[in-house]
Each structure stands twice: as C-alpha cells, then as structure tokens.
Design a protein around this ligand. Structure first.
Ligand code: ADP
Ligand code: MG
Length: 351
C-alpha cells in the first residue's frame, strides 16, 4: 500500500472563528440553456437541519414532484434512523438492549447498521454507533455549559462498544448485548439519506441533481455543459489563510465533519460533538475534515471516523477506501495544519 502524502503547513495564527465551511454556490451552477432543462432549487428542514435539492428538469411539475418524492423518502428515513424520536425503529431497537432479544431490521436500518459496523471494525472502534449514552451526556453538557461528571461518563462508557452490537446477516437481525446501550446514527444517517434522495430523483429520470443536508451531500450527473457541481471548500477565516479552493463533484458524495458549530467551550478548551469512543471525551484538537467518496454514506462515515483518527491514520484509511479522498484542517494548539490525501487534488477545479 502506497503511503499517503500528508502535507503539513502552518498557515496562520489561531482564529477564534474557524470559518471554513462548504458552501455550494447557486450562482456557479450553469444558467439554463434556452432549449435545455431548467434549474430548480428546493429546501426543507429534515433530520434537524435544512436539506437542499438542486436539480435540472424539463419543467416545474416534473421538478416539484421529484423533489417532493425525494424529501418524502428522507422523512421516511428519519422515522427509521432517528435517535431523537423515541418511536423510531432505531430507538425501539435500543430499548431492547440487554434483553437478549434479537430484533429484525428493515432493509434501510440493516444497511446503515452493516456499513457502520464495517467502519467500526476498520477503525478499531474510532467510529462507533454505540456511542449513544456518551453522546447524550455531551448534549446535556452543551445545554448546561458544563462538562459531564467523570463518574457519569465512566458509567455511560460501560454501555459503549461496537462489539456489543451483534448483527445476524442471515436474518438481518440486531442484538444489543449490554443493558442501557443506545445507538446513535448521527455520524452516518444524513449521508445515507442524501444517497437515498438522489436515488429517488434518478428513478424519476432526474439525473442532474445535488442533494445536501448539513455537511453531507451527494451529486448526480453535472449541470448541463459542466464537468461537475462546483463546491467551495471555503477559506479559513484567519490572516494569511490560503484562497478558497473549489472541487468539481459528479456522481460522488462529499461530507464535512468538524466542531465549528457544535461544541462546548470550558476554560478556553473546545470540546467537539464528536467523541472518542474509547475515552468518552469530545475531541479537542479542532478539526474540519472534508471527504469525497463514491457515495454520501461512505463520505459521511469516513469524515467522522477521520476526525477521531487524526491526519496520519485518517489518510491511511482513506487511501484504502476505493474512490475516497480527504482534506483536513486541524488546529492543535495555536497553529493551523493542513493535510490532504493525494487523490483530493484530482477533484480541484483547474485554476
Ligand atoms: P454532523 O452531524 O455535524 O454532520 P458528523 O457526521 O461528524 O457531523 O456526526 C457527528 C455525530 O455523530 C455526533 O453528533 C454524534 O451523534 C455522533 N458521534 C459522535 N462521535 C462519534 C463517533 N466517534 N462515532 C460515531 N458516531 C459519533
Ligand atoms: Mg459523519
């Protein structure tokens, strides 16, 4: 296996606002050809964040119906995969923890659980959807603006560990071995949802489309006359930051994970909503990880996993994943470091 090329460069002093965000630029999409399909854009709150669909279609009724069907599919997935909704299929599975029962899963839940467990194995548990008990302590900590009590974290950690989620591939059933286990698909469900929404659009003949939700997106065929959807990997909001770069995305997923919006700051230390499942502690080396992969679910899972693994192990994981590439910015201490896997450069728009 070829070693990934990891580039480290100090590019400026630590800025408090780490303003790197992925934006897709409405203005950058192709103007509709007079005879070709027209561009339509839709936004809807889904899974706790705004989801956005940009598509090209011959007329408005086709566009409206396709977008409505795609959003409907995301709503359906939320009913299955949400850990906030106590009545979701996922929550009902979590409620059987420690009972000894195996529960048969729907095709969607099965697929997401299977992909989650594969990634957990590949990352030795840096990615782990059994982090639910610890994540809920950190959610409470963010609301109350104080760190979780160490004793409570230690207690919650007893119910964390992907090996205690047992999947039976024969009957597509899942069993949670330890009492109080709680599954949380927050690091992978949105990636699956954007893929599923794009699938619905394609089935209706709408292939030129971009679907995004939070930091997760998937692109279908490019806009007419273009090589890809132009996505800005925005510049850092600090002095001497390098200029914005753009990637061109077509038939691929892209995900960003980081502690930009969701974090807890105590005594000048910033704790991310992404936790290290081995310690139960929110990550503190502020990072923003952008992954491009063949689909949204792969990009979403990898971006969270790499946030936990760090640049070297993260880049190794990406190089071993077909069609994947990573761009990572970290701020350990007061320096900014950037690392990029060799494949990421291929996605940059030619200057
Ligand atoms: P976002 O939700 O901001 O798009 P991510 O895809 O990185 O970002 O997912 C973060 C969410 O995943 C957290 O809010 C939490 O619910 C869950 N999570 C946190 N740490 C882990 C982890 N180590 N492995 C799997 N899921 C995690
Ligand atoms: Mg993720």
């Amino acid at each position: 296996m070829r070693q990934p090329k990891v580039v480290h460069a100090a590019v400026g002093q630590l800025g408090r606002s780490f303003g790197a965000l992925l934006l897709f630029l409405a203005a950058s999409c192709a103007a509709p050809h007079s005879s070709g399909p027209n561009r339509f854009e839709f936004t809807e709150p889904q899974m706790g964040v705004p989801f956005r669909i940009v598509l090209y279609a011959p007329d408005k009724p086709t566009a409206d119906q396709a977008a409505r069907a795609a959003f409907g599919r995301i709503t359906q997935l939320n009913d299955i995969l949400s850990d906030y909704d106590t009545d979701s299929e996922l929550s009902r599975l979590s409620q059987t923890a420690g009972s000894g029962r195996a529960v048969q899963a729907s095709a969607d839940l099965w697929f997401v659980l299977k992909r989650s467990q594969e990634l957990a194995q590949r990352t030795d548990g840096a990615f782990d959807v059994t982090v639910g008990p610890v994540v809920s302590l950190w959610r409470k900590a963010r609301r109350e603006k104080r760190l979780p009590a160490p004793a409570k974290l230690a207690e919650a950690l007893k119910a964390v560990g992907y090996r205690n989620l047992v999947l039976d591939p024969q009957c597509h059933a899942a069993r949670l071995l330890v009492p109080y286990m709680r599954l949380d698909l927050g690091a992978i469900a949105k990636g699956y949802a954007v893929d599923a929404a794009l699938k619905v659009l394609r089935a209706r003949g709408v292939t030129r489309a971009l679907v995004s939700g939070g930091g997760d997106m998937v692109a279908g065929d490019p806009p007419p006359g273009k090589r890809g959807w132009r996505i800005e990997v925005a510049p850092l909001d600090v002095t001497n930051a390098p200029p914005a770069r753009f990637v061109l995305l077509a038939n691929a997923g892209l995900a960003t994970s980081g502690d930009l919006f969701q974090h807890l700051e105590i005594d000048g230390k910033r704790y991310s909503h992404i936790v290290d499942p081995h310690t139960g502690i929110g990550l503190t080396d502020h990072s923003l990880v952008t992954v491009i992969a063949p689909d949204g679910i792969t990009a979403d899972g990898l971006s969270t996993a790499i946030s936990v693994l760090g640049p070297e192990a993260g880049a190794r994981l990406v190089e071993k994943t077909r069609g994947a590439a990573v761009h990572m910015v970290r701020m350990p201490g007061d320096r900014i470091e950037m690392a990029e896997s060799s494949r990421f450069k291929r996605f940059y728009e030619a200057p």
